[in-house]
Design a protein around this ligand. Structure first.
Ligand SMILES: C[S@@+](CC[C@H](N)C(=O)[O-])C[C@H]1O[C@@H](n2cnc3c(N)ncnc32)[C@H](O)[C@@H]1O
Length: 227
């Protein structure tokens, strides 16, 4: 695989960039959010307190709030104020504003007591974190004993000709901003051995890192909840 290229330090913050991001999230990422929600429900998780780390414009949280037969109380957390403004607007438009509250904070130091959540999730945010080991530890800390921590992201697949061609084809269907930014996100993402090394650095031992068939995703599950 090609070497990792971290993203610039600033999160997506400007209102215009946020609007563009959200447009892409709605156009291209909806199937991924639905897939993540399906995976959660398939495990029999249908209710409880949920934390979505790096919620961005809130579209994963919104899909979860809308899931049939579910009754979640969701907190969407992000470092970017403008992302959260957009998320609140999206939740209102989707009619689920009573099920989600949005909190601005750095995932390095989650502003919640130990064992606050039945489920901690995150999508496409891991590759942004400056201190991923700290965030993994924080995710574990705020999860209840018997709860679940499921963090999904891209895998860095550049260097593999199959995935390079696949991504090249998908990019033809994207708008200019996403066509330019997606490869940067993939280059900032981790490989499975790299994520395992970060989990070990965090002192976590009971975890699973997996990838789904015919996808270049990465799923981290931290199993050992303490509180
Ligand atoms: C690519 S976006 C993904 C947003 C959303 N999860 C989605 O799937 O559309 C990454 C998000 O992570 C947020 N983020 C990055 N680092 C963060 C941190 N340390 N604490 C909280 N949020 C963070 C960014 O502000 C951004 O909204």
């Amino acid at each position: 695989m090609k070497d990792r290229i971290p993203l610039a330090l600033e999160p997506i913050a400007e209102a215009e960039a946020v609007a563009q991001y959200d447009k892409g999230a709605r156009l291209y990422m909806l199937p991924e959010y639905k897939y993540f929600v399906w995976k959660i429900l398939r495990r029999g998780i249908k209710s409880g307190r949920v934390l979505d780390i790096g919620t961005g414009s809130g579209r994963l949280s919104i899909e979860l709030a809308k899931a049939k037969g579910s009754n979640f109380e969701i907190t969407g957390l992000d470092i970017s104020e403008n992302m959260l403004k957009k998320a609140a607007e999206n939740a209102r438009q989707a009619g689920v504003e009573d099920k989600i509250k949005f909190v601005q904070a750095n995932a390095d130091a989650l502003p919640f007591p130990d064992g606050s959540f039945d489920l901690v999730i995150s999508y496409a945010s891991l590759h942004h974190w400056f201190r991923p080991a700290t965030v993994f530890k924080e995710a574990q800390r705020v999860a209840k004993k018997g709860g679940a921590v499921i963090i999904r992201d891209n895998r860095r697949v550049y260097g593999n000709p199959f995935w390079e061609v696949f991504i090249w084809i998908l990019r033809r269907f994207m708008n200019r901003r996403h066509r330019e930014n997606w490869p940067k996100a993939i280059m900032a993402s981790y490989t499975i051995p790299e994520v395992k090394a970060i989990l070990e650095e965090a002192g976590l031992t009971d975890y699973r890192v997996s990838t789904d068939f015919i996808k270049f995703d990465l799923c981290v599950e931290i199993k050992e909840q303490r509180h």
